[in-house]
Design a protein around this ligand. Structure first.
Ligand SMILES: Cc1cc2nc3c(=O)[nH]c(=O)nc-3n(C[C@H](O)[C@H](O)[C@H](O)COP(=O)(O)OP(=O)(O)OC[C@H]3O[C@@H](n4cnc5c(N)ncnc54)[C@H](O)[C@@H]3O)c2cc1C
Length: 277
């Protein structure tokens, strides 16, 4: 299923700020397709009827509600909008994803939770997963039964992410990568099931791994006490000889930067192209 209301002009990066544009290039909510308007309305009703009445409890970190809401969003198709239909998603465009994000953003705490799940949480698998990884993980991520997270930052490497200290080595029998290290400020970490974790194989090759919460040697630290978006979970994760099956390497050995930065760029696009209503 795809919609047609995407502007045809190709705009590279931030060039739209510098180059002259015609009125026809400007994309406004009036250009939304009928289908996009319907999804926007469904999301707005979901936000008003389901999310906002729970905001007070979520602010006090009752994340069981956040999980329930992710499940309800999944049932409405709102979390799998960018997942291919073959894996249980709606397979729709970025404008539709931005319309949903715009409406869910009526409450920032849950918008952060939903955004981390449906963006940085699951898109690494959509874009870089093997067929087996997509079949195994995407259907349950689409429904919200599995909650996703993305673990790149560390205490000493935020913007400078490639300087990370997390390490991975192949086990002697070649069946697992053994991960050691700590990631900081990971959204959804308090209750997520699946983490895209970045670590350097043999201390050199920056790579991505799909790490399940239940893998041996994986644990989650305490909640950060933030000044804002207090209704979102932000915790460190700790890997202490964490055993990750080799089939859970995401993408290629040493190509983790392509995954890390493309995913951040894609998600920033969705957030920055929200409608201006
Ligand atoms: C609420 C919250 C949720 C988060 N969720 C996640 C998550 O889910 N997953 C994840 O991996 N990370 C997450 N992060 C971490 C976040 O992405 C990092 O905070 C970010 O990468 C910046 O890193 P830092 O905080 O170490 O700041 P630093 O990298 O230390 O930067 C501090 C300041 O210096 C500036 N700066 C840095 N380098 C340069 C430079 N070379 N030139 C000029 N200026 C520079 C920065 O712009 C910034 O203003 C989260 C953070 C927060 C606060």
């Amino acid at each position: 299923m795809s919609t047609t209301a995407i502007p045809k002009t190709k705009i590279s990066g931030g060039s739209f700020l510098l180059e002259e544009r015609q009125t026809a290039d400007v994309f406004t909510p009036e250009d939304f397709s009928e289908q996009q308007q319907m999804i926007g309305q469904t999301t707005e009703e979901f936000a008003i009827n389901e999310i906002l009445p729970q905001a007070e409890k979520i602010e006090h970190k009752d994340f069981s509600i956040s999980r329930d809401l992710l499940k309800k969003a999944g049932d409405l198709g709102l979390s799998g909008v960018e997942i291919p239909e073959a894996y249980g998603g709606l397979e729709m465009d970025k404008v539709t994803a931005a319309i949903i994000a715009d409406n869910i953003a009526k409450y920032a705490g849950f918008a952060t939770t939903w955004g981390a799940h449906s963006g940085i949480g699951l898109l690494p698998i959509v874009y870089f997963g093997t067929e087996e990884q997509k079949k195994k993980y995407l259907p349950r991520l689409a429904t919200g039964e599995t909650v996703g997270a993305y673990a790149l930052s560390e205490a000493t490497s935020g913007s400078d992410a490639l300087n990370c200290r997390a390490r991975a080595v192949l086990s002697p029998d070649g069946k697992h990568y053994i991960l050691n290290g700590e990631k900081m400020w990971i959204t959804n970490a308090g209750f997520a099931d699946l983490f895209t974790v970045f670590a350097k194989i043999d201390g050199e090759k920056f790579s991505a791994f799909l790490v399940e919460r239940t893998f041996p040697g994986f644990s989650v630290g305490g909640e950060e006490h933030k000044m804002g978006i207090r209704g979102s979970s932000t915790c460190p994760i700790i890997m202490n000889d964490c055993k990750v099956p080799v089939e859970n390497l995401l993408g290629e050995v040493g190509k983790g930067a392509t995954i890390a930065f493309n995913i951040l760029n894609i998600v920033s696009w969705t957030v920055s192209h929200k409608s201006t209503r």
